[in-house]
Design a protein around this ligand. Structure first.
Ligand SMILES: Cc1ncc(COP(=O)(O)O)c(C=O)c1O
Length: 393
């Protein structure tokens, strides 16, 4: 193409002088893989203090990371391509051959596989333990133990990890405590305040909240983050600009969304407990929940625990199908934390690989449903479940 003033503007984009000039009301999307430089002086400046290439740094990722650090009250945050990207990259960065990890047995399926299948191939030893008895955790500690790993609430029974006690065990043995806050979010609990060293969130869930982007985050001290950052660059697991921009928009309403979801879940749990077709309800706000006392210590109130819950209906597959079809609001989805209420059936999904007897020992029967409660009006949700549950009559 022949050079002209017009093409210079077209290809260099110099009409846009940057955010200061335009003062955009919403944070813009930097959908570029690279930033440009005009001289070696600019190149040197960029490498020392500015953005260069998208896998190394991007303003959308950084702006989102700043919000997550603020919410988790942590020193620094890295944004990853997914929750699993955050977990695997962090473990690769911090754990070495010969190290030992104590992991809660009741853990997200893919994290379970990382602990039991992937890490052993790198010479890392993992011990799975039931975290409902802390003596199990203490007994599992070895000289090589470098990390204790758990989710705040177990899927789908919502057993609570005693984060402050786990932090004490970890730190008295010079190990790190890594906590998955996906089911709870920093609106419910900030694990760092209770002594956790590393907090992971699958931002695909409540943090973004709109079921339209996949991302993960790690929040920790700057010292730990600076060990993980170069490994994220080598593994190629940073979050992409577009998803980061979407999650930035989603996370700005997290306080409104998640507070309503948690309050809705507490209301629904109470109503379910009174329903004659439901034999068991798992939500930490209920007095019948076996760790309710621990829940009242860790969370501020019954309405700010979690938007997740599970409940048990009769084990009649034909009626279960009719029950699901009769629901107007809640619908089956293989995710959680979105605006709308979603159902999940652990026996046919997350726990399908397990023998029935083992599942039953964990309280997971073919009648158990996990529920991610949305922002709908709680009265509508309760009325809808009550009409659909009559199918079991
Ligand atoms: C508790 C928990 N942690 C981690 C993950 C992994 O997140 P992602 O799907 O964003 O990789 C999930 C996914 O469902 C999860 O439920």
């Amino acid at each position: 193409m022949k050079y002209s003033k017009g093409s210079e503007v077209l290809y260099t984009g110099r009409v846009v002088k940057g955010m200061d000039f335009n003062k955009p009301e919403a944070f813009p999307l930097f959908a570029n893989t690279s930033f440009t430089m005009k001289s070696l002086k600019e190149v040197k400046e960029a490498y020392s203090s500015k953005y260069t290439y998208v896998r190394t740094g991007n303003p959308n990722r950084d702006s989102l990371a700043a919000i997550v650090s603020f919410l988790e009250e942590g020193e620094d945050t890295l944004i990853f391509s997914s929750g699993m990207g955050a977990i695997t990259t962090t473990l690769l960065a911090l754990i070495k051959p010969g190290d030992h990890i104590i992991c809660n047995r009741n853990i997200y399926g893919e994290t379970f596989d990382v602990m039991t299948k992937l890490l052993p191939t790198f010479g890392v030893e993992t011990t799975l333990v039931d975290f409902d008895n802390l003596e199990n955790v203490k007994k599992a500690v070895k000289g090589t133990t470098k990390m204790i790993y758990s989710e705040v609430l177990a899927n789908p029974t919502l057993e609570i990890a005693d984060v402050p006690s786990l932090a004490e065990i970890a730190h008295s043995n010079s190990a790190l405590l890594m906590i998955d806050n996906t089911f709870t979010t920093p609106i419910s609990i900030q694990p760092i305040k209770y002594g956790a060293d590393i907090v992971i969130n699958s931002m695909t869930k409540f943090m973004n909240g709109h079921s339209d982007a996949i991302l993960g985050s790690i929040t920790a001290t700057s010292e730990i983050i600076e060990k993980i950052r170069p490994i994220r660059m080598l593994c190629g697991t940073p979050g992409d600009p577009n998803s980061s921009w979407m999650a930035f928009r989603g996370i700005q309403t997290i306080d409104l969304r998640v507070k309503k979801q948690m309050a809705n879940a507490a209301k629904l749990a109470k109503a379910f407990e009174e329903n004659k077709y439901i034999s068991k309800v798992n939500h930490p706000s209920l007095e019948s929940f076996k760790q309710h006392e621990l829940a009242t210590k860790l969370f501020e109130s019954n309405e700010t625990m979690t938007g997740m819950m599970s409940f048990m209906v009769p084990e009649d597959e034909e009626k279960i199908d009719k029950f699901m079809e009769a629901l107007h609001f809640a619908h089956y989805a293989t995710t959680l934390g979105g605006l709308r209420t979603t159902l999940n059936h652990p026996v046919t999904s997350s726990h399908s690989h397990m023998p029935d007897a083992d599942r039953r020992k964990m309280g997971i029967t073919p009648g158990l449903f996990r529920l991610s409660v949305g922002i709908e009006e709680p009265e509508d949700l309760i009325a809808d479940f009550e009409q659909a549950l009559k199918i079991f009559g």
